[in-house]
Design a protein around this ligand. Structure first.
Ligand code: TGC
Ligand code: FAD
Length: 391
């Protein structure tokens, strides 16, 4: 079931190529994800078996060019994210972490040798990457990170801990952000390096079909060329986040749309008081409210995509989509759940699963509060992330 509200002829704003990409990813999700996702989620199974198929679709590093990457537009990447997240947020996160975070870090900040060594294999799904920024004591405020990298002769030595790192236990390469005497730097850490250990965080009540880990870094010795030479300061990490946040702005619309479609179908079939529940005005109001939110969110996402493809997308605009679209999606999936009544709390129907996933989505890549403050700073010119100095 994949009904799209489409009150505004959204497709008319897409090129034939964009629609083709969208439809290809949608068909993949329908065949390879939708029939299995409830079981994967129930068993907290991360479906590594879909990785070759996703690579074949060209969604790893989709927006990157050269080095075997697909070189597609930002809008195509966004549409793919939307279709993947209609399947499950865990699937979109897999593609985000691999492409928007790990591959983007190497593509933006890596040496020629690092790009040649990793990007073609990552685009083919033969090597998996992860992106370690968050720490146990440093989440919304990565500037407070305590993981350290120190020079020891002709080696870098890393010590510290990272938390919530997507894919880390199955990754071949970890992008690790660490503090040095010269400021924050990024490092490529092969995960078989002695002293690197990744432990999945479990049990989780959200994102059950995906993996996030604690990482321990204990005296991890790396050659000097493990450093990403062009990553200078935290801004280098934030430049990668921009891409992942952009994809989330699209992805959450997929979760909302799938929930809407599920509720619409159910409302047409389920009868109470002698009528389909879709015949009740209160149900129709819910469906209309959901459709309006989905339509608006799609337009925001597309506007961002066009700006990104024109090279004009600003970080505060990404915050608009990350904040507003995630908020809208949460409202939609919860409303959809109510239409399903008691059946809505079973694994048979998707809205409750999407609702649980979206609690993670609203938290990662900048919480609701952080994106509110990014926009507050943009509107007023006054950053309010840190408490004012009382002196
Ligand atoms: P601040 O002083 O504002 O900035 C430090 C430097 O960074 C630059 N910068 C950016 N550059 C590019 N893009 C952006 N969006 C940027 N934001 C800031 C800034 O210009 C500055 O550069 P320079 O050259 O002057 O040094 O930094 P701050 O410490 O005050 O922090 C600002 C704040 C709160 C917005 C930032 O810390 C933040 O975004 N916090 C949220 C952390 C976060 O989002 N973590 C995500 C971890 S990865 C993840 O969650 C993956 S989820 C899986 C998935 O994606 O599916
Ligand atoms: P905290 O920063 O401790 O925030 C707790 C609460 O305080 C939040 O409501 C927050 O908004 C609020 N708060 C904090 N500061 C302020 C402020 N200045 N003003 C107002 N309120 C504030 N990280 C990675 O590096 N790589 C990954 O691959 C990755 N994947 C993730 C996947 C999942 C499923 C999850 C849940 C997280 C993932 N993260 C990842 C970590 C994620 O980015 C952090 O969880 C997020 O940045 C928030 O940090 P925190 O959890 O430490 O919460």
């Amino acid at each position: 079931m994949n009904t799209v509200p489409d009150l505004l002829d959204f497709d008319e704003m897409l090129s034939a190529e964009e629609r083709e990409t969208r439809d290809r990813v949608r068909a993949f999700v329908a065949e390879h994800v939708r029939p299995f996702i409830a079981d994967w989620y129930d068993r907290a199974h991360f479906p590594v078996e879909v990785i070759p198929g996703l690579a074949g679709l060209g969604v790893f590093g989709m927006h990157l060019s050269g080095y075997g990457c697909p070189g597609r537009t930002a809008v195509e990447y966004g549409l793919a994210a939307m279709e993947l997240e209609a399947g499950d947020s865990g699937l979109r996160t897999l593609v985000s972490v691999q492409g928007s975070l790990a591959m983007t870090a190497i593509h933006l900040h890596g040496s020629e040798e690092q790009k040649q060594a990793w990007l073609p294999r990552m685009a083919r799904g033969e090597a998996i990457g992860c992106f370690g920024l968050t720490e146990p004591g440093s989440g919304s405020d990565p500037a407070s990170m305590t993981t350290r990298a120190r020079r020891d002769g002709d080696a870098w030595v890393l010590d510290g801990a990272k938390r919530w790192i997507g894919l880390a236990s199955i990754a071949d390469i970890a992008v690790i952000w660490a503090r040095t005497d010269e400021g924050v730097r990024g490092f490529l850490v092969p995960t078989d390096t002695p002293g690197f250990a990744a432990t999945p965080i479990a049990p989780k009540m959200s994102m059950r079909a995906s993996i996030q880990c604690d990482i321990a870094l204990t005296d991890v010795r790396l050659p000097l060329d493990a450093e990403l030479p062009l990553a200078r300061g935290l801004g280098a990490a934030f430049a990668c986040l921009n891409n992942a946040r952009y994809g989330i702005g699209w992805g959450v619309v997929g979760a909302a749309r799938d929930s809407y479609a599920t509720a619409l179908a159910y409302a047409g079939e389920r009868r109470q008081f002698g009528q389909p529940i879709a015949a009740f005005q209160l149900t129709q109001q819910k469906l209309v409210d959901m459709a309006l939110e989905i339509e608006k969110a799609q337009l925001v996402a597309l506007r961002l995509g066009r700006l990104k493809d024109a090279g004009r997308l600003q970080p505060h605009q990404i915050s608009v989509a990350k904040l507003a679209n995630t908020r809208a999606a949460i409202a939609v999936v919860r409303k959809a759940r109510t239409i399903l009544g008691g059946n809505g709390v079973t694994a048979e129907y998707s809205p409750m699963r999407h609702a649980a996933n979206l609690e993670s989505v609203r938290t990662y890549e900048g919480t609701d509060e952080i994106h509110t403050l990014v926009l507050g700073a943009h509107l007023t010119g006054i950053p309010a992330f840190r408490a004012a100095d009382p002196s």
